[in-house]
Each structure stands twice: as C-alpha cells, then as structure tokens.
Design a protein around this ligand. Structure first.
Ligand code: OOG
Ligand code: MG
Length: 269
C-alpha cells in the first residue's frame, strides 16, 4: 500500500516519493496499489517518476545499459489492455546469463516473453534531427525479457506502467550476431518467433508483429528516447518489444525463445 496522500494535486505530485514506493515494492517484493487510483499523473509525470526511479537505482550502484520498448505488438497490447508504445530503461542488475538458473522469488509475479535485442556500436546523437539509429546498430540477438509489474494483480493504466519502468525486471541475451551480416541474409520483418516452456510450445508469432518490423521499433526507440530524455550511447542494448503475449514464469520452468535465423536463448528458474 502506498502511504501517499490521495488528494494530491498534479502540481504537488511528489515524483521522488512515488518512485521510491515503486522501488521499494520491487526490492521488498510487495505489490502496491496502482498509483493512478490515488494520483493524477500525466504521461510526462509518469516518465518523470520512471526517471526518478532510474536515478534511485543508480545511486545504489546500478547502471543503465539500454532501453526497452513495450506494447509494440498487438498480442501484448491486447493481453495488457494498453495500446500505446512505451519506453523504459534497462539496468545492469536486470541482466541474467543465458542458461543460468535464477530464484523466482526475487520477483512478485513475473512473466517472460520473447524479444529481439539490438546493440548499438556508436552513439545516437538525439539532438541531431538527422541521426539514424539504424546506422548505429552493430549486433542483433534473440532475447528473453522478464517483466514484473510492481502493482497488485499485474494491473495498470498506461501512466502506471510507464511510472513502473514498463514492468522491466530482467533480460537474457542470446549470442550477438553482426547486424550487417544478418540484414544482408534475413528479412528482419519476417522472422518466426516462438516461446517454449519445457517441451511445450507456449506462444508463437513473427517479428512483423513488432510494429511491422523490429527496425520500426528501433526508430520508435530513437523518437521516444529523444522525447523523454533518455540516452542512446554506444554499447546500449535496445529491446524491440515482445512479438507474442507473455507467459507466467513459475518455479521449475525452463523457457526458450527462438527467433528464426537469430537462434535461441534459454533461461531457467
Ligand atoms: C509492460 C511491458 C510490455 C513488451 O514487450 O510489450 C513489454 C507489461 O506488459 O507489463 O515489455
Ligand atoms: Mg517486453
């Protein structure tokens, strides 16, 4: 439960306190009530809460290593009842090694989904209107994303989920492949994507479901990073958004994401 005032006006929105309540929800694995039930937040307010939360993590020794997009696919947007594309930040502490085994109790009610990840080989200058993120991409990989809403029952509004750093909780990267080689060999807008839990096929989709192409998602990342004051330095990881709905991540499961042509990545809890 949040201890914040229900009657707070927009002008006095305590961004730091809201960010702290979300941070503590994550670190104590205690879900909180949706912020939007007691606070009026604009989208700009929600991104301010997200930025404040990222700052909190940095003050505790974490580091931003990239960005992620959310709701770039219809399957995801429908699953969560939210339809606008959103952006969040990835921290070093969210990185899990492929094939590693993790304790599921570190999260509240985690889900996992298949993604396409990109790595930038050079800085994208967001102040330059001619900057082109596609020219900065150096590598691409199949990936898994763990999402874990800090809200009760994994329920949220658009502003809630933005404030909660787009439910970002973990990511697992497959082997990086040189982007130039992949782009010459494959149509990134038409790669089959599957999510297996153990030996069972849980979800299947195609990269066309990611805004028509993961490359369009990269361009959306550039635009949104510019709007919301995020940076895209060389080395940044960009998660383009899930191609399918997410599945619950429960103890004892082994999850594999496969993107045809990019390979597989596996994670166990
Ligand atoms: C928000 C995050 C959505 C995606 O790939 O669409 C997302 C959520 O579903 O909790 O990461
Ligand atoms: Mg995702």
């Amino acid at each position: 439960m949040t201890s914040l005032q229900a009657s707070e006006s927009e002008a006095s929105l305590d961004v730091r306190a809201l960010a702290t309540s979300l941070y503590e929800a994550a670190t104590t694995t205690t879900a909180i009530e949706q912020l939007s039930l007691s606070h009026h937040m604009t989208l700009a307010d929600a991104y301010a809460v997200q930025a404040s939360g990222a700052q909190l993590r940095e003050q505790r020794g974490d580091r931003v290593v990239g960005v992620k997009l959310g709701f770039t696919s219809k399957a995801k947007a429908e699953q969560m009842g939210v339809s606008d594309v959103i952006i969040g930040v990835l921290h070093e502490s969210m990185r899990f090694a492929p094939d590693s085994v993790s304790d599921v109790s570190q999260w509240l009610h985690p889900r996992i989904e298949p993604e396409v990840a990109f790595r930038l080989g050079s800085d994208v200058d967001l102040a330059d209107p001619d900057a082109d993120i596609l020219g900065a991409v150096s590598d691409v990989a199949a990936a898994l994303e763990i999402i874990d809403s800090r809200y009760e029952n994994f329920k949220f509004s658009l502003t809630d989920v933005v404030a909660d750093n787009t439910s970002a909780a973990g990511f697992v990267l497959g082997d990086w492949l040189p982007y130039a080689d992949v782009a010459a060999r494959l149509d990134l807008a038409d790669l089959d994507v599957t999510l297996d839990v153990g030996d069972t096929r849980a979800e299947s989709g195609n990269t066309v479901d990611i805004l028509g192409s993961p490359l369009a998602a990269l361009q959306a990342a550039q635009r949104m990073a510019q709007t919301y004051n995020l940076e895209l330095p060389a080395g940044s990881i960009v998660l383009a958004g899930a191609a399918t709905a997410a599945v619950w991540l429960t103890a004892g499961s082994e999850i594999t994401a496969t993107v045809s042509g990019l390979g597989s990545v596996r994670f166990k809890v």
